[in-house]
Design a protein around this ligand. Structure first.
Ligand code: AGP
Length: 609
């Protein structure tokens, strides 16, 4: 969840580290800090709050050394104040850390009993003390790191520097991501490609249990026993422009508008036109495997879980395979009995979500075949699954997921149409209809995006409402959940998502004329039942914003506002409905003056349990 960046090279580290932190700030923004060499000494500067506060603090301060490390924090242990900000410096060693040290209590007890005075409430400072002990005994930074690692339990990654070794950096990964950029006579070590891609496309991804040392720019890799290992260098294709706002006010806004292109990219390479069919390319699983799975188990968190829920409806109807969906943090600890012929599909934008990754490892141990649906190539989930489908939506920086959601739905539908063809569970005609629905999406999403102005204006009149209820049925129900999540996370208003038919079992008691009801009611097989449910809310004073398909005067009549999405096959509706719910949240958040890209208490990728 935190962002880490380190630099060694001919340029002044300060500017490069600050630029890296700016690109990583979406990983956490509770506090920031740097430790940079200056005339042989490691100078530490830290600040609570966002990066701009550290930048102000550093204005006019120059550092002369070649090496430095920086950190942007999402707090786990200890309040987000200056003393808990990273780097933590003890003696000559400074450390930045991402993750959690689970045996924190026993280490702290031992250090305190030996008279060590702790300056912060963090588990990270303890690692600095342990390293300092070893360095004072004469170890090099590499040796000290190798000796400290076995003492630490938990999922964590660290980057460390030592005053006595001004041209060196050492990093270790055991959980949260860490990668090394090999630039032109310079080395960048970071937790995310965003901090590296501006300097070099040549990247090495650390695996769990691996250490990297950079000494005067010479980079070596070791396993946790200290044996040198060989690692592959990857050329990363993402262009720098993909992580810029490109004239938009917010990343979220840009990412909403990128959806037509993102969806094209998700489909690219997987469709054949004569005859029209889905042929998944390089997914890593064989056609025979796809033919023989008896169950599907989808696992994900947050928005990705909502996309997986949409996919459940699609898989069951199109492939006829019984399909379950679980939230990763629940699935992880359940007492499970799974059919060995279950395909486990982990869905994750970042590919680093700790709970989803833990579930992937668990089902692999149980002997299941696994497939990842990820947006970030080379991420942990992508690397560890047996097979993969990329959403290819491009970098998503806004904490609030948008384009990754619709791209995940499309990727999962491609998978289900591929399996349906192989298993002959659907007629060719039906499949063609579904695939034509996918192909029409980029153009139809453009049409939905044209409603942007309406939402901007409508948002002004919605700021006074405090309760929002999102309703949908069938495949549209998960979009109602997603709508409520979008609204909650960036406006901080209370919102709930419900299946329309469930309302009278309790939640309808909430409805009065202060409640906004966002009703998803496209023309599909549940349309009539859905309309009856909407009527029930209307009768109790609910203020209805209806999202329906095409011209629907009946629905328009009972609604305060009616928004039309293009008429489409049922399986395409969740993607089309996503656009209005995203625009509604975005404009309401802007109208309420919220921090759209960095909402409070959140971080983009959740690499701790
Ligand atoms: C939603 O807007 C959030 N970004 C969050 O719910 C997110 O979808 C969740 O943390 C899962 O992340 P992942 O897709 O990277 O695994």
């Amino acid at each position: 969840m935190c962002g880490i960046v380190g630099y060694w090279g001919p340029e002044k580290p300060k500017a490069i580290i600050l630029d890296g932190l700016r690109r990583l700030e979406y990983r956490g923004y509770d506090s920031t800090g740097v430790a940079i060499f200056d005339h042989g000494q490691l100078k530490v500067e830290r600040s609570p709050g966002k990066l701009h506060r550290l930048e102000e603090k550093l204005r006019g301060i120059e550092f002369e050394g070649p090496t430095g490390i920086g950190h942007t924090r999402w707090a786990t242990h200890g309040e987000p104040n200056e003393k808990n900000a990273h780097p933590h410096k003890v003696g000559g060693v400074a450390i930045v850390h991402n993750g959690i040290i689970e045996n924190y209590g026993s280490i702290q007890k031992r250090l305190v009993s030996e008279g060590v005075e702790l300056k912060s409430e963090t588990d990270s400072e303890l690692i600095a003390h342990l390293l300092d002990e070893k360095l004072r005994e004469g170890a090099t930074l590499l040796k000290a790191t190798l000796e400290v690692i076995p003492k630490l339990e938990g999922a964590y990654s660290i980057l460390v520097v030592n005053e006595k070794e001004p041209d060196s950096m050492v990093a270790f990964k055991n959980g949260p991501p860490m990668l090394v950029g090999l630039g032109n006579k310079e080395v960048i070590i970071a937790s995310d490609i965003q901090a590296v891609i501006t300097r070099t496309p040549r990247v090495v991804y650390l695996d769990d249990g691996e250490i990297v040392t950079s000494i005067k720019g010479a980079v070596k890799f070791y396993n946790s026993k200290g044996d040198e290992i060989r690692k592959d260098v990857h050329e990363v294709k993402w262009s720098q422009a993909m992580a810029e706002k490109a004239g938009f006010d917010h990343f979220m806004q840009k990412e909403i508008f990128e959806q037509p292109q993102a969806l094209r990219q998700t489909m690219e390479g997987h469709l054949e036109h004569e005859p029209l069919r889905v042929v998944l390319k390089s997914s890593g699983l064989t056609d025979d495997e796809y033919r023989n799975f008896k169950r599907i188990q989808l696992i994900a968190c947050g928005t990705s879980w909502h996309a997986a829920m949409v996919a459940k409806y699609v898989f069951e109807r199109v492939t006829g395979i019984p399909t379950d969906v679980d939230i990763a943090s629940e699935f992880h600890y359940r007492h499970l009995t799974l059919d060995p012929q279950t395909l486990a599909v982990t869905v994750s934008q970042s590919g680093e979500t700790a709970d989803t990754l833990a579930c992937l490892r668990r089902v692999k141990k149980m002997g299941l075949r696994t497939l990842s649906v990820c947006n970030v190539p080379h991420s942990s989930i992508d690397r560890e699954a047996h097979g993969r489908i990329y959403t290819n939506a491009g970098a998503e920086i806004g904490v609030c997921s948008t384009k990754s959601f619709t791209a995940q739905i499309v990727a999962l539908e491609l998978l289900s149409f591929h399996m349906a063809r192989l298993r002959k569970s659907c007629s060719d005609e039906e499949l063609k209809n579904y695939i034509s629905g996918l192909l029409a999406l980029p153009g139809q999403v453009e049409i939905c995006l044209n409603h942007d102005k309406w939402f901007r204006e409508a948002a002004q009149s919605l700021t006074k409402f405090r309760g929002f209820l999102y309703l949908g049925r069938g495949v549209n129900f998960p979009v109602a959940l997603e709508g409520a999540l979008k609204l909650k996370e960036i406006t901080y208003l209370h919102a709930e998502g419900y299946p329309s038919g469930e309302l009278k079992h309790g939640p309808i008691a909430l409805v009065d004329n202060n409640m906004i009801i966002v009703a998803l009611a496209p023309k599909d097989e549940l349309y009539e039942k859905n309309i009856s449910n909407i009527q029930e809310v209307k009768a109790r004073g609910g203020q209805i914003i209806a999202i329906g398909s095409g011209d629907d005067q009946g629905l328009e009549k009972i609604s305060k506002h009616y928004l039309s999405i293009p008429e489409a096959v049922w399986s395409a509706n969740p993607v089309l409905e996503s656009i209005p719910i995203q625009l509604l949240s975005y404009h309401l958040a802007v109208a309420l003056n919220r921090d759209v890209d960095q909402p409070r208490n959140l971080a983009k990728s959740v690499t701790v349990e």
